[in-house]
Design a protein around this ligand. Structure first.
Ligand code: SF4
Length: 320
């Protein structure tokens, strides 16, 4: 792949000293592990909007659905300044080919959910708000994968987010190739290579997408690409489950029926069952399947993104 996979990240998570107190919230996994495979576009709404470093701490106040950004000590309303800056910055980000965004949790500017919103006249805060910039970002790019640093500590959410950004990057490269003349066969190849990955999220949507691609013509190509992209982003945002992974693993095992010995088939069935029971992580049956794919040269499976949806060095399939 030629272009770097770019994602936006709250700048303080990258270790930039941009917080209200001049500190940061460096996340070592983001910079140390993920940073080897993607490039970052740092964004600090409060610093970039000109609020200064250090600056007075802020919080959300008022209606949780339309809160104001207010400084805690002096009560200055920064909402207008933040929204004006965000509108311009989002125009800039629209041209950056971002495949996703990692927000700093709980921030009144950057938090993507459950940010505290205080009542106008005092009292207990409700954890129902969204940071002003994060809300504007998600409104402008509603289908783009987004996550928060805290949620990324959950192995399933982490794998899902990383898978989505890599799928989106491959999809954009496919669309680029089609626009440069590669034709509908590139769309057909993308669907074929992502079929099992899609099945792990939603077998129903995977079928729908297969039908959409089967009906593609030169004339309806532009509409088909639009529809397919929406379905692709919706489908990959549905979390894969153990049950759906087991279905995909058993489907793959079916390809080896005539190629493997009874003993090898038994071993594969046992490993899949151990994964189903939560005794081994997904990487265990996948490693055995990869071994058979190579040994028996099963071309269809070798092309499946499901077997390598993201860089193996990230070790994202080692959880139970
Ligand atoms: S949470 Fe957002 S606004 Fe606050 S320091 Fe980090 S990037 Fe800047």
């Amino acid at each position: 792949m030629e272009s770097p996979l770019r994602i936006g990240v709250s700048a303080c998570l990258l270790g930039h000293p941009v917080r209200y107190d001049g500190g940061h919230k460096h996340d070592r996994w983001i910079t140390g592990e993920l940073g080897r495979h993607v490039s970052f576009v740092p964004v600090c709404p409060e610093a970039e909007a000109g609020f200064g470093i250090p600056r007075e701490a802020m919080r959300l106040v008022g209606d949780p659905d339309d809160p104001r950004l207010v400084t805690i000590q002096t009560g200055r309303d920064m909402t207008g300044a933040m929204k004006d800056w965000a509108a311009k910055r989002l125009d800039d980000l629209a041209g950056q080919d971002l495949c996703g965004f990692i927000f700093k949790s709980r921030s009144p500017s950057s938090g993507m959910e459950r940010v505290k919103v205080y009542p106008e006249k005092g009292g207990a805060a409700a954890n129902k708000g969204v940071g002003i910039f994060a809300a504007a970002f998600m409104k402008r790019f509603p289908m783009l994968p987004v996550e928060e640093d805290g949620r990324l500590n959950d192995a399933r959410l982490r794998e899902n987010f990383i898978e989505r950004i890599f799928v989106l990057r491959r999809w954009r490269e496919t669309v680029r190739a089609i626009r440069e003349g590669a034709g509908v066969k590139s769309l057909i190849a993308f669907q074929a290579s992502h079929k099992l990955l899609l099945m792990a999220h939603s077998p129903e949507n995977a079928r729908l997408m297969g039908k959409l691609v089967a009906a593609v013509t030169r004339e309806n190509l532009a509409n088909t690409l639009e529809e397919y992209e929406i379905l692709l982003l919706k489908t990959t945002s549905i979390l894969a489950t153990v049950r759906k992974h087991v279905n995909v693993l058993q489907h793959m095992a079916g390809y080896f029926k005539k190629l493997t010995s009874p003993d090898e088939r038994q071993e594969l069935a046992e490993v899949i069952e151990e994964y189903r029971q939560g005794l081994t992580p997904l990487i265990v049956p996948l490693t055995l399947i990869n071994h058979h794919v190579r040994k028996h040269c099963v071309a269809y499976l070798a092309e499946q993104a499901y077997l390598r949806p993201h860089p193996v060095e990230l070790k994202l399939r080692n959880y139970y």
